[in-house]
Design a protein around this ligand. Structure first.
Ligand code: FE
Length: 184
């Protein structure tokens, strides 16, 4: 029984990876059409170098490397949601690391044979921006390590979003009660 469950889990992982690769072939970079000059104007020099020129930021320097806030990691190029904060872990490699993505449709992968190595490049499927690479040395249950440049990421803090919603609800209530008192 245990063996069957393991085989089933492996099959699901393989099938998930196939979907991601197929997604890469079908949609990569087709949703956001921008000229190189437009990308340059929109992004910081480091974001441009990483996202548009497949560069790599220096290990240990990324602003989001040790971020532990609850929220969602997004593409710094187009805002597509890429990873949940619960999927991040401290790998010690010097770049933000994730053991899985709950936004697989926004992640594309392709073989990268540059620098004399065969690696799997990770890209944003919405704008085609380079994010980093995925390796098979991550923690269980996936065994994967999405090694992502901080420069290619944005971050939406969960608390800030809920605090903003609470504040606007409070303002709306005050307005409603104020108007009510005025009418009396
Ligand atoms: Fe993107």
């Amino acid at each position: 029984m245990k063996t069957a469950v393991t085989i089933c889990s492996l099959a699901m992982l393989v099938s998930c990876r196939q979907t991601v690769v197929e997604n890469a072939e079908k949609t990569m970079g087709t949703n956001v059409e921008k000229t190189d000059a437009e990308w340059k104007a929109q992004l910081t020099p480091m974001q441009y170098r990483v996202l548009r020129k497949a560069g790599t930021e220096r290990a240990g320097t990324g602003a989001l490397l040790h971020n532990k806030q609850a929220g969602t990691y997004t593409c710094a190029g187009c805002g597509a949601e890429l990873f949940a904060s619960g999927e991040k872990y401290e790998s010690g490699c010097g770049w933000p690391s994730f053991y899985q993505t709950s936004h697989a449709s926004n992640i594309a992968e392709r073989v990268d044979s540059s620098v004399g190595m065969r690696r799997t490049e990770v890209l944003c499927s919405n704008c085609g921006g380079h994010l980093g690479h995925v390796f098979e040395d991550g923690p269980q249950p996936t065994g994967q390590r999405y090694c992502i440049n901080s420069a290619s990421l944005g971050f939406k803090e969960e608390d800030r979003i809920s605090r903003q919603a609470q504040r606007s609800e409070l303002r709306a209530r005050r307005r409603a009660s104020g108007q009510g008192a005025h009418r009396e």
